[in-house]
Design a protein around this ligand. Structure first.
Ligand code: DQA
Length: 144
């Protein structure tokens, strides 16, 4: 199966941005770890990061044609974007929402997610290992 991994705004600064919350690994580290694990799991992965809501939506539209699963960390758009929810609702495959931090332990505005109602699974607080946990689950979700 082909899995599209999507990271939203400010995640290009991973490793440099509030490392006490998000850890020391960079986005390039996360992507390299995911690529290695995907190979082990027999999945094909593609990576996309954008600070622009519309670009994320267009990536989800493209996934309608070329992916069986989406792993998405919508970052701050999690808490604001009906448009990303609508795009995910137009995607027929599996969806896993990932947050590096435990959003439920943080400010109350991070407790609500527009995306969770569409997601097959929600991962929060596993640090950057959450992406790998999502890929492992994708094997089952995209089987058959
Ligand atoms: C985040 C949590 C969001 O609340 C925040 O806006 C982010 C990252 C996380 O991975 O923990 O940018 O999605």
């Amino acid at each position: 199966a082909h899995i599209q991994i999507i990271n939203g705004p400010n995640l290009n600064l991973l490793g440099k941005r509030q490392p006490e919350i998000y850890g020391a690994e960079t986005l390039a580290d996360v992507e390299a770890n995911c690529a290695a694990l995907a190979q082990e799991l027999g999945l094909e992965v593609s990576f996309f990061q954008s600070n622009h809501e519309g670009a994320i939506i267009e990536c989800i539209h493209a996934a309608r044609e070329n992916a069986q699963g989406i792993v998405i960390n919508p970052a701050a758009y999690t808490h604001t974007s009906v448009a990303i929810l609508d795009a995910l609702n137009a995607f027929d495959g599996a969806v896993i929402e990932v947050h590096i931090s435990n959003v439920h332990k943080r400010e109350s505005f991070r407790h609500h997610s527009y995306v969770s109602g569409r997601a097959d699974a929600v991962i929060a607080g596993l640090g950057t290992e959450g992406y790998q946990a999502a890929l492992r689950r994708m094997v089952t979700l995209t089987a058959g």
